[in-house]
Ligand binder design. Structure first.
Ligand code: ADP
Ligand code: MG
Length: 219
C-alpha cells in the first residue's frame, strides 16, 4: 500500500463530441502524498476546474485512471462513489458557497454524517470562527471562507480540494486563509488550483497547468 492520497495516471478529459470536441486535460500524471499542500497554478481556461472536478469525483475522465486512497475510482459504483465523495473529500469554492438562510453552525453541519455538534464546534473553533449563530451575509468574506473550510473538514476527509479559494479575497485575507490552510494540511491533504502566483510560497508541491498539460515544478 503506498501513501498517496490521490493519484492521476495518464488522465484525459474531452468535452463534447465530433466537431465540438474540446480536450481540456491531456495526459495528466499526479501523485499527492498525505499531509501535503499542493498548488496547481494555471491561467483561466487551462483546465484547473476540470482537474478538480475529476479529483473530487464530480466528473469522470475520458481516459486514464484516478486512484483515491488506493482505490481505482473507475471500478466503483455510483453509490460507492457518492460515499467516498461524502466521507473522504471536502470541497471549497472561490465563493464560500454558504447557504444564506442557514447560520454558520448549520452550514458547517449540513454535510455532516455524525451530526456531532461538539465536533462541529471544535472545527469551527479551530478555524477561528466563534460567531456561529450569524448568517453568512453578517460576516466578512474571509470569515465565510473559514466557514467553507470548516464545512469541508466536517467529515474528517482524507483530501480537501479548493478551487480558487482566495479569488475573492484581498492580500491580508488571502494570507489569513493560507495560514489556516497550512494548519489544515498537518491533518489533511490539500489540493488548491489557482491563478494567483502569490500562493506559491505556501505550498509543498507546485505544478503548472497550461493548455491541459501539467508540469511539476519542484520536488
Ligand atoms: P479553468 O478552471 O482553468 O479556467 P476549466 O477547467 O474551467 O479551466 O476549462 C478548461 C477548458 O475546458 C476551457 O476551454 C473550457 O471552455 C472548457 N470547458 C470546461 N467545462 C466545460 C464543459 N462543461 N463543456 C465544454 N467545455 C468545457
Ligand atoms: Mg476554474
Amino acid at each position: 500500500m503506498n501513501n498517496n492520497i490521490l493519484e492521476f495516471q495518464e488522465v484525459w478529459k474531452t468535452y463534447g463530441t465530433d466537431k465540438n470536441k474540446l480536450t481540456a486535460l491531456k495526459g495528466i500524471n499526479l501523485k499527492l502524498k498525505k499531509n501535503s499542500l499542493n498548488l496547481i497554478l494555471g491561467p483561466s481556461g487551462s483546465g484547473k476546474t476540470t482537474l478538480l472536478n475529476l479529483a473530487s469525483m464530480l466528473d469522470t475522465p475520458t481516459n486514464g485512471k484516478i486512484i483515491i486512497n488506493g482505490q481505482d475510482t473507475s471500478k466503483l459504483s455510483k453509490l460507492e462513489k457518492s460515499k467516498i465523495r461524502r466521507n473522504q473529500i471536502g470541497i471549497v469554492y472561490q465563493r464560500a458557497n454558504l447557504f444564506p438562510y442557514l447560520n454558520i453552525l448549520e452550514n458547517t453541519m449540513l454535510p455532516m454524517i455524525s451530526n456531532d455538534i461538539n465536533n462541529a464546534s471544535k472545527i469551527l473553533n479551530m478555524v477561528g470562527l466563534v460567531e456561529t449563530s450569524k448568517f453568512p451575509d453578517e460576516i466578512s468574506i474571509e470569515k465565510q471562507q473559514k466557514g467553507a473550510l470548516a464545512r469541508a473538514m466536517i467529515n474528517d476527509p482524507s483530501l480537501i480540494v479548493a478551487d480558487e479559494p482566495t479569488g475573492e479575497l484581498d492580500k491580508k485575507s488571502t494570507e489569513a486563509i493560507m495560514d489556516l490552510i497550512i494548519e489544515i494540511k498537518k491533518k489533511y491533504t490539500v489540493l488548491i488550483v489557482s491563478n494567483n502566483v502569490n500562493l506559491k510560497k505556501y505550498c509543498d508541491n507546485l505544478f503548472l497547468l497550461e493548455d491541459g498539460y501539467l508540469q511539476k515544478i519542484n520536488d
